[in-house]
Structure formats: C-alpha cells, structure tokens
Design a protein. Structure first.
Length: 252
C-alpha cells in the first residue's frame, strides 16, 4: 500500500511508468479506480452536515426520508432526477434552482410540476445551512436579495461530479462526461490499462457495481500479464502469484 498522489502515467520500454509526488514506479499493467467526487455548494457547515442531513446521492439516501421534509438543489438532469425520486418518498420537496425555469427532459419537468408535494423555488440559491448535530434548516436567497428560512430534514445536492484523469488522459479514451471509456472486463483503449468504478462509463454508479467491475478489471490485468509471459494456461490462474501495488490518492 502506497499513500501518494499520482502526477502522471507514461509508456516506457518495459511497460508503464508511474510518477508520483514522492517516487517513480514501473509496471506491466495498471487498474485505474480513481472514482469521482461530487461537486458541493461551497457554503459553511456543508461538510459538517455531510451524511447528517446533507447528501449527494439521491438514489442512495432518499429512502431514509420517507414522509419527511426535504429540499434539493442542483442543475439540469441531476436536479430533475433528485426531485422525482424524492417526490415518491418525502412528504414535501423544495426544488431550488438559480434560473427562472427548469432545464432538461420536458416530460420529467412536466411530471415534477404536477406533483402536489413538490414546491418549485426558482431564481434562488442556498445561503446557509444550520442544525444541532443534524441538519434542521436552510436559508435561501433569491435574485432580489430576499431571504427565507425553510425547516427541512434533508438536503440533496445534485451538482454533478468531478473526475481527476489529468494524469492518464493521454493514454485512454475519455467521453464527453469526463469518464474513461471501457469495454468488457474493464478494458480501455490502452492494452495494458484497465479501469473500473464511477470514473468509467458504466451505467449505474453504485458501490456494488464498482466492486464487481473492479474484480473483473483486476483479473483482466492479471491475464494480460500472464499472456506477456507466454502463459496461455489461464485456467491455472489461482496457482500463480503476482505483485500488485495499490495507490490511494486525493483531489487537491
């Protein structure tokens, strides 16, 4: 286990070279699993109430708010999805957005506008969040500077996510969403590089899906190395050993 930040991955005569903040490593194959980090609102106390009323994954955490009061803030399809999911579970949903109208799929927008438990709050932003140990209220501010306090049990933030791929972008294909394009077994455009998890173009961004894809990518990398050695008897894979170096990294 190496706790370090990767600066760049490049091809070399013997395979691949990994340059980090503190050292340099050589390897034959790499499994990428950098994940993604949700974009936050950047307001005071946001981190304090993370998972204590403030959430970034509506699919994951909406079920905890059955018959409770919630608010969701965000952009585009992220906000629409959050609003629809919460409307099926929460007793009340405040849908907060900066613009004068919702953007995204027209059918979903129409469905949201018909929900009796959803209150649209356009031209507004969240200024403050407060509570004792858990989230209890939010302060919103509209375009005219008027402020209003809402008592809520949960706040869901749908602002999209960021994925740090600058260190390897030149070796793999990245789609318009900034995700690594993979095929079966976590294969990327580079024969020695495999990838798994939320940083890839998998459809469902869930831990259980990422873990399964991680196992597949790891086996693909192992098989790739075995083939480099000239070993075609991959059914005896369990009897062989391989050195694996794990890096943990973070967003600056």
């Amino acid at each position: 286990m190496v706790y370090d930040t990767i600066e760049r991955i490049d091809e070399s005569e013997n395979g691949l070279t990994i340059k980090t903040n503190r050292s340099e490593y050589s390897c034959k194959s790499i499994v990428l699993a950098p994940g993604k980090v949700p974009n936050n609102l950047g307001i005071a106390n946001e981190n304090v109430f993370a998972n204590k009323g403030v959430h970034y994954c509506t699919k994951c955490d909406a079920p905890f708010y059955q018959d409770r009061v919630t608010a969701t803030v965000g952009v585009g399809g992220y906000l629409l999805e959050s609003g629809i999911l919460l409307s099926r579970m929460a007793s009340k949903v405040y849908l907060i957005y900066r613009g004068g109208s919702l953007g995204g799929d027209k059918e979903i927008i129409s469905s949201i506008e018909k929900k009796e438990n959803v209150e649209l709050i356009p031209n507004s932003m969240i200024k403050e969040i407060h509570g004792n140990n858990i989230l209890q209220k939010i302060v919103i501010k509209d375009n005219q500077g008027l402020e209003k306090t809402l008592n809520v049990d949960g706040l869901f933030i749908g602002m999209g996510s960021k994925i740090n791929l600058d260190f390897v972008r030149h070796l793999v294909n990245v789609n318009s969403k900034g995700e690594i394009e993979v095929t079966e077994g976590g294969k990327t455009a580079h024969p020695a590089i495999f990838a798994a998890g939320d940083a890839t173009n998998i459809l469902y961004k869930q831990i259980v899906a990422a873990c399964g894809d991680g196992a597949a990518a790891g086996l693909s990398a192992f098989n790739y190395i075995e083939k480099l050695k000239g070993n075609q008897e991959l059914d005896r894979i369990g009897k062989r050993q391989s050195e694996i170096l794990f890096f943990t990294t973070k967003y600056e």
